[in-house]
Design a binder for this molecule. Structure first.
Ligand code: C5P
Length: 323
């Protein structure tokens, strides 16, 4: 296209939460002073990814995306990432002379971290695009400001997240697994999922019952304690969106070693030992209103090398199973 200049491309991988525990901030205090919930979660990167391409195009900053469900205005964290770096570089006014094309493959509002991963990829891509001398630590500070999950996407692999999910401890890479991601035809807002958790927790307190005790985690992932193999948001979200519990059950029946909702939903993941098992589960999941895809986990080292920005355009073919 006339007037276009150089470009930088970065992959943005999705995550699942192998476990997600919500911890009361104190006696009778469900949330922290900043309104966030205290979490203990194990993040795991998967190969499903978006691709961001930043290209030099004269004029105001512009975002284009092939998924109409993805916002292309300032509410997109990619925009905010660009603004943060622009301001940090002491440039005047709003960011300009750049166009970001997002090839969206991570479903939105699915609990797979698509928006946060795009934001982390944008931080990396704009740092390279504008040749900013900015340490990884400074980039992490910006990531924290953009959202609770964004810092994880600067790290990747298997990691324990505490605090808002933004205080991270890298863990040894979990064994490679085949993953089925199953989706109903609706998304879930993270804010709403936590509000449903709070109201379920209040009801449970009145009934003198602990939330989640009816569905104890079973020891399915060998390296994680059984008590941790649980997503505390799954039960309250399933009360409002019963399809989630149905999909979890269907994945278990299809032979998943472990199946649970990811993050605040609406995606549900199932772990499988072989590609054939994962693909056959995908077929068993197909029914009107549900969709499923097979992908794999990705380790920390591969994650970091494949999410490094490279010069280029968004012309690469994306396969869900392969980087
Ligand atoms: O940080 P982020 O904007 O991604 O979070 C979206 C919303 O999810 C927050 O505004 C908050 O309502 C909820 N949240 C929470 N506790 C967390 C993470 C998110 O309550 N640890």
């Amino acid at each position: 296209m006339a007037g276009e200049g150089r470009s930088v491309r970065a992959n943005a991988f999705a995550k699942i939460n192998l476990t997600l525990r919500v911890i009361p901030a104190g006696p009778g205090r469900p949330t922290r002073a900043d309104g966030y919930h205290e979490l203990r979660t194990v993040f795991q990167s998967i190969r499903l990814h978006d691709v961001l391409t930043v290209t030099a195009v004269p004029g105001p900053l512009r975002i284009e995306c092939d998924d109409p469900a993805c916002p292309i205005d300032r509410s997109n964290l990619v925009w905010r990432a660009a603004e943060e770096l622009w301001a940090l570089d002491r440039r005047r006014g709003a960011p300009r002379d750049a166009r970001v094309v997002i090839r969206k493959r991570i479903p939105v509002q699915a609990g797979l971290g698509g928006g946060s991963s795009d934001a982390a990829a944008a931080l990396r891509a704009f740092r390279a695009f504008w040749s900013l001398r900015l340490s990884d630590d400074r980039l992490r500070d910006l990531a924290v400001r953009l959202g609770a999950d964004v810092p994880y996407f600067l790290l990747g692999g298997t990691a324990l997240g505490v605090g808002r999910g933004d205080v991270l401890f890298p863990l040894p890479d979990a064994p490679l697994e085949w993953i089925v991601i199953a989706l109903p035809d609706f998304g879930v807002s993270t804010r709403e999922a936590f509000a449903w958790f709070d109201s379920a927790a209040r009801q449970a307190t009145r009934a003198r019952r602990r939330l989640g005790t009816s569905k104890k985690g079973a020891a399915r992932i060998s390296w994680l304690p059984a008590s941790e193999q649980l997503n505390d948001l799954e039960e309250p979200v399933s009360r409002h969106k019963p399809d989630i519990a149905r999909i979890v059950k269907r994945l278990r029946r299809a032979g998943a070693i472990h199946a649970a909702m990811s993050g605040a939903g609406s995606a549900v993941f199932g772990l499988f030992q072989t590609r054939v098992d994962a693909q056959s589960a995908c077929r068993r999941l197909s029914q009107p209103g549900w969709s499923a895809l097979a992908t794999r986990t990705i380790g920390g080292t591969a994650y970091r090398s494949h999410s490094c920005p490279v010069p280029g355009r968004a012309s690469c073919r994306i396969a869900f199973e392969h980087v």
